[in-house]
Write a protein that binds this ligand. Structure first.
Ligand code: SF4
Length: 308
C-alpha cells in the first residue's frame, strides 16, 4: 500500500514512555499506533482491539502527540525499546518526525536505547544517533528473515532486504551497535546460515527467533504455506498443530555449530549490549523465549514441551 493511502489520525498520549514486561526492556516506546509495513505475521495487530480500529492492520496510523518528557535523566541505565508494536521509521516518519522528536527528548538521558526497524530511514538520523551514543548506549536492530525478495514481498511492505543490509552496514561503520534480527524464522524457508553469512561483518549481534503462530494470522500463514510451499505444509502442521519442537531444536544446534565455526559467542536468552570484533557477532538464541520461565533471561526452558 502506498503511504498516501494510509488513513492517518492524530491522537494525544498521556505519556510516550510505557513500562514493559517484555524480556528485552524496561520501557517500550511506540511513537505511532499501527504500522504500514503490514507484516502478515504481525503479532501487534491485536492492538486493533484496544484502539478502536476496524480497518485492516497496515491501513491506518495514529500519530501520537505527547507531553515533553520532563525528566529524561530518570531513564539513565534503563532499557528503552523503540518500536515494539510499530516501526518508528515507517515511511510516515518522514512527514511527522515523531521518532526523531523522541530521540531528541532522550538525547541526554543516559538510557540504553534499542531501535527495532525494517527500514533504512534510520540513516536520516545517523548524526543524531552518533552524538547520542556518547551519553547513551544505542543499538539498532533490523529484522531480516530471508534473502529472497519475493518471499519478503509476500510477507511485508517494508523496504527490501538489500536496503536493510545497506543501512545496517552504514550504521555499523558509524560505530553504533547493530543487530541482525533473524525473525521470525519460517521453518524450511528462512536460511539462517545464508543470512548470517551476509550480515556477520556488519553486526555485533545475531538474534534468532522462531515464527510463533497464534491469533488471527495462524490460518492466513498456514494457507499461504499450503499455496506457495505445499511441500512444507506437513512440517508446519507438525510444528504448529502438534507442537513438535524437533525442527527448532535442530536449528539451535545448527546455530551453535555456526558460532563454533566462526568463533562467536552463543547465548541462550540473554541480551548482551556489547561490541565484538568484526565478523564474530554474538549469536543469541531466542527460540521459544516466550516460554522461558522465571525472570527474564533466566535461560530456563519449558522442559515439558514435546521434543519429537
Ligand atoms: S514491522 Fe513489526 S509492527 Fe510493523 S507490521 Fe511488521 S511485525 Fe508488525
Amino acid at each position: 500500500m502506498n503511504q498516501h493511502d494510509i488513513k492517518v489520525n492524530h491522537i494525544k498520549a498521556k505519556s510516550i514512555m510505557t513500562k514493559s514486561n517484555a524480556p528485552l526492556g524496561g520501557y517500550s516506546v511506540n511513537p505511532y499506533v499501527g504500522c504500514p509495513h503490514a507484516c502478515r505475521y504481525c503479532y501487534a495487530s491485536f492492538l486493533k482491539r484496544f484502539t478502536g480500529h476496524q480497518e485492516d492492520w497496515g491501513t491506518f496510523m495514529d500519530v501520537k502527540d505527547w507531553p515533553p518528557i520532563k525528566n529524561p535523566g530518570k531513564y539513565a541505565g534503563q532499557k528503552v525499546v523503540i518500536g515494539t508494536v510499530t516501526d518508528g521509521y515507517n515511511p510516515l516518519e518522514e512527514t511527522y518526525g515523531n521518532t526523531r522528536r523522541l530521540l531528541e527528548e532522550l538525547k541526554d538521558s543516559g538510557a540504553d536505547i534499542l531501535i527495532c526497524t525494517k527500514s533504512d530511514l534510520v540513516l536520516r538520523d545517523l548524526d543524531l544517533l552518533k552524538e547520542m551514543d556518547q551519553k547513551n548506549r544505542i543499538t539498532v536492530s533490523w529484522s531480516i528473515n530471508t534473502l529472497d525478495e519475493s518471499f519478503r514481498d509476500d510477507m511485508d511492505q517494508a523496504v527490501s532486504i538489500e536496503r536493510r543490509l545497506v543501512a545496517m552496514k552504514q550504521v555499523y561503520e558509524a560505530g553504533i551497535r547493530t543487530v541482525c534480527f533473524i525473525s521470525p524464522v519460517f521453518p524450511g524457508i528462512t536460511d539462517i546460515e545464508a543470512i548470517f553469512d551476509r550480515a556477520r561483518n556488519q553486526c555485533d549481534l545475531v538474534w534468532l527467533e522462531n515464527l510463533n503462530l497464534r491469533g488471527g494470522f495462524k490460518a492466513e500463514i498456514m494457507n499461504y504455506i499450503a499455496d506457495k510451499y505445499p511441500d512444507l505444509l506437513l512440517l508446519y502442521v507438525e510444528i504448529y498443530n502438534h507442537k513438535n519442537r524437533a525442527y527448532f531444536q535442530g536449528l539451535e544446534r545448527k546455530a551453535e555449530d555456526l558460532a563454533r565455526r566462526y568463533g562467536c559467542r552463543f547465548l541462550d536468552n540473554e541480551t548482551p549490549y556489547e561490541r565484538v570484533p568484526q565478523g564474530h557477532p554474538t549469536i543469541v538464541n531466542y527460540f521459544y523465549h516466550e516460554e522461558v520461565r522465571g525472570t527474564a533471561n533466566s535461560g530456563k526452558r519449558n522442559k515439558a514441551s514435546k521434543t519429537s
